[in-house]
Design a protein around this ligand. Structure first.
Ligand code: C2E
Ligand code: MG
Ligand code: MG
Ligand code: MG
Length: 278
């Protein structure tokens, strides 16, 4: 019986793997076919200053509608785009589109910061292509945007990637803000923060998820925030869904919050409805 079960689970595994491979290939083909920007849209999730409740900025989040598979989460298609290098044209489109939007909102009376997720692959682009730095500098000049109000979100894994960090330092030296995304999700070496050029630490949602169940989580959040402040950084807490979570992280001294409790990611047009909150 055990052998029969084992045989069955191997074949289930094999067919599951086949399905996943087929899906991944369909995503890959779709990404190539979509070219930069086609079928891709951006949503914006507001970032709120906790003590005042003011909306001070937004984070751009990609959405993609696949011709056959329908809506696909960036958590699924970004890794494929990274592996196939389609992230480079996609990322360039994202930068131009989100900065144009930021300039449009400013013209309409909302001066918001713009957070853009940057994948490490984009920083290691071949020399024949325009670098992320060049694209950002050009667009900010053309649109007359304040570079400090453009925040590039990198993941903590990149802190140990020497080649990527050379580029991150150049971006920081050029005056762009740097945020460390999902901080604490993986094995964080706190010592890496000392050398990092980041202005912001985004504390991973997993801390907030557990904050009500285990009060010691709040202690950790307070500790990370105090450390960040001592190093000259601000903290953003991601994934706040309930008011009691907000109360807990506010008590821990965090500067900014993001999450469904405040606002879900929304289309650009709806951001102007928040003008009174800005
Ligand atoms: P991230 O940068 O950490 O973005 C936060 C994710 O958490 C977003 O998911 C957002 O919709 C979700 N979120 C925000 N508040 C809440 C909440 O209160 N509850 C819950 N359950 N979720 C919340 P999304 O948009 O699916 O993005 C997932 C990840 O995909 C992002 O994580 C980011 O790493 C990546 N990503 C998204 N857009 C881009 C992009 O344009 N470029 C790159 N390189 N990566 C992107
Ligand atoms: Mg992010
Ligand atoms: Mg994040
Ligand atoms: Mg996260």
């Amino acid at each position: 019986r055990d052998a029969a079960n084992a045989g069955r689970s191997v074949s289930v595994f094999a067919s599951d793997l086949r399905k996943r491979l087929a899906r991944s290939r369909a995503i890959e083909d779709g990404l190539w076919a979509s070219r930069a920007g086609a079928g891709i849209s951006l949503l914006y999730q507001p970032k709120v200053e906790i003590h005042s409740g003011r909306v001070t900025g937004v984070e751009a989040l990609m959405r993609w509608s696949h011709p056959e598979l329908g809506a696909i989460s960036p958590a699924e298609f970004i890794p494929v785009a990274e592996r196939t290098r389609t992230i480079n044209p996609l990322g360039e489109w994202l930068i131009r589109e989100s900065l144009r939007q930021q300039a449009d909102w400013r013209r309409d009376g909302m001066d918001l910061s713009m957070a853009i997720n940057i994948s490490p692959v984009q920083l290691l682009v071949e020399p024949s292509h325009a670098s992320v730095l060049e694209i950002l500098v050009d667009e900010c000049a053309r649109l007359d945007l304040d570079r400090r109000k453009v925040e590039l979100e990198i993941t903590e894994g990149m802190l140990t990637d020497e080649r990527a960090m050379v580029q991150v330092r150049r971006l920081a030296d050029a005056g762009f803000s740097i945020g460390i995304d999902d901080f604490g999700r993986d094995h964080s070496a706190l010592s890496l923060l000392v050398e990092s050029p980041a202005n912001t630490l985004k504390i991973d949602k997993s801390f907030v998820d557990n904050v009500l169940r285990n009060p010691r989580q709040a202690t950790i959040i307070r500790f990370i925030t105090e450390l960040a402040h001592d190093l000259g950084m601000r903290t953003v807490v991601e994934g706040i869904e309930h008011i009691r979570q907000l109360v807990a992280v506010a008590g821990a001294g965090c500067d900014y919050g993001q999450g469904y409790f405040y606002y879900r990611p929304m289309c650009a047009g709806r951001i102007l409805d928040l003008r009174q909150a800005a």
